[in-house]
Ligand binder design. Sequence first.
Ligand SMILES: *Cc1c(COP(=O)(O)O)cnc(C)c1O
Length: 388
Amino acid sequence: MPAVPSVSPHLPISSAGMRVPYNDLHAQYLTLRPAIDAAIAQTLRDSAFIRGPAVEAFERAFAAAIGTKHCVSTANGTDALYIAFRALGLRPGDEVITSAHSWIASSETITQAGGQVIFADTDPTTFTIDPADIARKITPRTRGLVPVHLYGQPAAMDAIMALAKKHHLWVVEDCAQAHLARYRGQAVGTFGNAATFSFYPGKNLGAMGDAGALVTNDDTLENFAAMFARHGGRNKGTHEIEGINSRLDGIQAAILNVKLPHLAAWTRARQSLARDYDARLTGIGDLTLPAVADGTEHVYHIYAVRTRHRDALRAHLAARGIQSQINYPIALPFLPAYRRLGHTPADFPVAHAHQSQTLSLPLYPEITPAQIDYLVAEVKAFFAVTRP
Ligand SMILES: *Cc1c(COP(=O)(O)O)cnc(C)c1O
């Protein structure tokens, strides 16, 4: 059988014959192919397409992996946020504070659940929400906080939980990028009233389609979320409330059950690759490497560097077959979707500066040492030309 190419075919091939895709989901599939194929075949044999035994097994295993009492699986990570806000009883006019620097799922779901999105700026070194700016944004209408453990780095949970306690606010942690990250020894996802995860294929734990989950230690929240995600009733025909349809399908759960036992090793591989980048990319031009806050364990969903030459560096790498990404090119308050809020760069100076300077380099457990060597050499070559 011919070998299946493991990188996307549209990348240019460098003179060295090397290509570095931003991520390589096919390479990860190949490491687990027999088990994943068998899990899918079993689901087909059982016709367990929506929920079913694989879904229930995954919910138990994921709650255990995070260390929460409950896990409610959902169709994706965005729904998990929406469901959490509905479960917490968000009402029209309620204000919810989240990060100016995130994926739009963190904020659009606040609006969809009836709340008012209030953005807070980010920390200049960690990219996570700045507790001092949260404190400035709290009003008598504030109901909750949504810290995002962005790029895999835990937000400053001590300060955030202290603010929540002082002002009687709930906290939903957006852990979509931070599976198994820890803050002062405690797993993210266990600090707030609830936390949400995404298993989008490119996430640190990825399905082969959309998938997500909400975790909580709160029995009442769990019960509401489990009902709400299934048309308002845990069992067909017993609809206690009106809900939505946000169920995890059996094939995705079967795949996640194969992958979950590997998550800890994949996380260590990401951390070790990041240490390698840290050591080899330090002191080059104006390149700023990801800072890790004291007492936090970053899981490097994204390895984001900063440079004033971001766009030129990205083009240099792309021309040599190295893909990079910008997460995110426009900070949330400045997106057309939030024009109604009338924000200007001066409102979020840190998030605004970062949107033109951050670049995400390829980092995933399957990347090869040769690919890393090539990438490091090309970053150095770019900065070897005088770039102050
Ligand atoms: C991926 C992501 C989500 C949403 O997850 P989906 O599964 O794609 O719906 C939410 N928040 C953040 C920060 C994300 O990165």
